[in-house]
Design a protein around this ligand. Structure first.
Ligand SMILES: C[S@@+](CC[C@H](N)C(=O)[O-])C[C@H]1O[C@@H](n2cnc3c(N)ncnc32)[C@H](O)[C@@H]1O
Length: 417
């Protein structure tokens, strides 16, 4: 019994091509008037079975999707996707463009990571997945923890060697690597080794790299909670130090998907730790000094958050046009005319603002804003034990004054500035 087809059907297809497709997927492809897909995927369809017009995706794909769908509106359109279409795939774009599932039918196939876990005997729910397809490989660094298992979706044949290089650079040279090529297909192949001993030449472009993380003896151990050691960051002294940074991130309270403005980024440590809190967290660092701005980008790469956006320029002018933040941290520039007001104005109701300072001039400003808007005004005085002759004494760091506030809606007690 045939059912009216959904306007757009997405069919997941694996390296086993037509042979590996479920009956429903075959039927959708046979009935399609238009077949959209990458050239490699279109080639997997036997001409005798699928008579629809074949249209290869252009590159870049995302901007072309609405136009292509409009061009073929009213016809039975089948889109080919690799593996599970909703897992790092075209399914996401189509759901966004078509506005949900009413005009979209998705027929999934096992993803490459399901195949990989099947071959390796790994539980998928305990396995970290990182994609290097159209994204910077540097994100892998945030997933490296001793004993953890990571699957890396490769961008091409050269990716495994790049993974091995990155692991060695980050102190994870002893990690075991397995490159799994053409999973589920006739040309499936597996290559094993360690990152520090990776002599293998590039193989098939279609591959997944499995990593069993092993930290080298003496390599830095970077935990999950904010408050990484200061020497995890390259810096010139302009760095929110570890204990104050941990308290600052606690006040900023990142949640998945949220956007931070890190005003006066310095070395970027606050924005980096915000982004490490969850892979969907986003941040913009605004830093007037171009040398420091470059260093922020490098710290973001080293610590696995290459998506950190850096704006080189002086606030408040440099804040113009930035997307609305969920939270703002001010680590520098507090006395720049209009800076605090501009940050406050940019913050939506319910947004958090945290400002740190060590100077009396900025402290006076924070005290005035605290009187006006409430929140918490806190003094953080950290001392470290150091050698004093043959004894031990406290070395006091400059005390940091921190104002932390949640912006209330205009009718909830906010008085005009
Ligand atoms: C104390 S550092 C911030 C430390 C930073 N949170 C970190 O952990 O690296 C202050 C930084 O603010 C920058 N800065 C000062 N005034 C600024 C302004 N108006 N706009 C942008 N950046 C500014 C300085 O160049 C300096 O790098």
């Amino acid at each position: 019994m045939s059912q009216a087809p959904a306007p757009v059907t997405v069919v997941g297809i694996g390296a086993d091509g037509w042979e590996g497709l479920a009956p429903l997927s075959r039927q959708a492809l046979r009935e399609a008037e238009v077949l959209l897909g990458g050239p490699r995927q279109l080639d997997l369809l036997p001409a005798g079975e699928c008579a629809g017009e074949r249209v290869a995706w252009p590159s870049p794909l995302r901007p072309a999707v609405p136009g292509l769908l409009a061009e073929h509106a009213g016809r039975r359109v089948c889109v080919l996707a690799s593996g599970d279409p909703t897992f790092f795939g075209i399914g996401r774009t189509l759901a966004e463009v078509l506005g949900g599932t009413e005009r979209l039918r998705v027929l999934p196939h096992p993803s490459s990571v399901s195949h990989a876990c099947a071959r390796l005997g790994w539980p998928l729910e305990e396995t970290e997945v990182v994609s290097a397809v159209g994204r910077p490989l540097a994100a892998l660094a945030a997933a490296l923890h001793d004993g953890r298992r990571v699957l890396l979706l490769s961008a091409g044949a050269g990716t495994p060697a790049e993974v091995a290089h990155l692991l060695c650079e980050r102190g994870f040279g002893p990690s075991r690597l397995s490159v799994l090529e053409q999973l589920g297909g006739e040309r499936e192949r597996r290559t094993d080794g360690t990152a520090e001993d990776w002599p293998h030449p590039p193989g098939d472009a279609l591959n997944v790299v499995a990593v069993e993380c092993r930290r080298a003896p003496g390599a830095p151990r970077l935990g999950l909670t904010p408050g990484l050691p200061d020497d995890a960051f390259a810096h010139d002294g302009q760095l929110t130090k570890r204990h104050v940074r941990a308290a600052t991130l606690a006040a900023l309270a990142p949640a998945p998907g949220e956007l931070l403005w890190d005003v006066g980024g310095g070395s970027g440590s606050v924005a980096v730790e915000w982004m490490r809190a969850h892979r969907s967290c986003r941040a913009v660092s605004i830093e007037r000094d171009p040398v420091r701005a470059g260093r922020i980008t490098r710290n973001a790469d080293t610590l696995g958050v290459p998506g950190l956006r850096v704006v080189t320029g002086a606030a408040p002018a440099a804040l113009a046009g930035l997307p609305t933040p969920d939270a703002i941290f001010i680590g520098g520039g507090l006395t720049a005319p209009g800076l605090l007001q501009a940050c406050w104005d940019a913050l939506p109701a319910g947004g958090r603002l945290v400002a740190n300072t060590v100077t009396l001039e900025s402290e006076a400003l924070l005290a005035a804003w605290y009187r006006r808007h409430g929140g918490d005004l806190t003094r953080l005085a950290v001392a470290h034990a150091v050698g004093v002759g043959g004894f031990t004494g406290w070395r006091q760091a400059m005390p940091v004054t921190q104002w932390s506030v949640v912006k209330s809606a205009p009718n909830e007690g906010e008085s005009p500035a």
